[in-house]
Design a protein around this ligand. Structure first.
Ligand SMILES: [Zn+2]
Length: 43
């Protein structure tokens, strides 16, 4: 699942890594996973 880094709008489309663009015009997205909290806490 991808999340827009600008407007934080989740993208639930199943696209490739090429040519993805949010409605706000941003092309930068964060790859979000279910256990993302574990990933952040990991040290
Ligand atoms: Zn956006």
């Amino acid at each position: 699942m991808y999340k827009c880094i600008r407007c934080a709008r989740p993208l639930e489309k199943s696209f490739g890594t090429a040519e993805i663009e949010c409605e706000c015009g941003s092309r930068v997205f964060i790859k979000e996973r279910q256990n993302i909290e574990k990933t952040i806490i990991a040290r």
